[in-house]
Design a protein around this ligand. Structure first.
Ligand SMILES: N[C@@H](CCC(=O)N[C@@H](CS)C(=O)NCC(=O)O)C(=O)O
Length: 207
């Protein structure tokens, strides 16, 4: 059976678990990372030399990098739905996955989250948090504009393109800071919450 290493509070693990739920793929999850440890041990580094979660082992095929895992699972178990058939539609979904993961704002959201949830209050870099929040708002505003004329990031149907951004939007809308009203983004967040996999693996108290 497919194995997933990673703690459920990791946003990158959440992407994978949500994708597995969407495709109805059975799996075994093993806690790893932060308090659970394991990820810095030699046997784990043999799987992922970065010592990070998530990692999957699909019948001997070991893969790390959460977006690559989502693409792999969507291609294997969700061709024509999660992973669009046409090269153009697939590239469109891919584009939004990349936009989240490789842009400066994706990093900004991580900086804000890290400081607010992983750093003791007296050690927080408040200036960095302020800048990160401003950048995140600017980019979620862009996504809000994009979603004002479609239900999901690539159009009428839910695809793998919604997964990384869907995980990020839960954090963005639930972190303790003021943000402008972003109606299309909020409607999309509501729409995602009708999906069991999203509710089960992503919509949780931030910690
Ligand atoms: N680019 C990697 C980043 C993975 C990553 O940063 N994982 C974090 C959790 S979100 C991690 O393993 N941190 C160390 C830990 O949890 O101990 C991916 O998308 O999979």
């Amino acid at each position: 059976m497919l194995k997933v290493w990673g703690r459920i509070t990791s946003i990158n693990v959440q992407k994978v678990l949500w994708c597995l739920a969407e495709t109805g793929t059975p799996y075994e999850r093993i806690d790893a990372g932060l308090a659970f440890g394991k990820n810095t041990e030699a046997w784990f580094r043999e799987m992922n030399p970065n010592a990070l979660v998530p990692v999957i082992d699909d019948d001997g095929f070991v893969l790390w990098e959460s977006n690559s895992i989502v693409r792999y699972l969507a291609g294997k178990h969700g061709m024509g739905t999660l992973c669009p058939d046409s090269p153009q539609a697939r590239a469109d979904a891919d584009r939004w996955m990349e936009w989240h993961s490789t842009s400066a704002w994706g990093t900004a959201l991580r900086i804000a989250f890290f400081n607010l949830y992983r750093v003791a209050p007296d050690k927080r870099d408040d200036k960095a948090v302020e800048v990160a929040i401003a950048q995140s708002i600017q980019h979620f505003r862009l996504l809000d504009g994009h979603l004002s004329s479609r239900d999901y990031v690539t159009g009428d149907a839910f695809t793998m393109g919604d997964i990384p951004l869907g995980c990020a939007v839960h954090r963005f809308l639930n972190m303790p800071f003021d943000r402008p009203s972003l109606p299309a983004l909020e409607a999309w967040y509501e729409r995602l919450q009708t999906r069991k996999g999203y509710r089960d693996h992503v919509v949780m108290k931030l910690q």
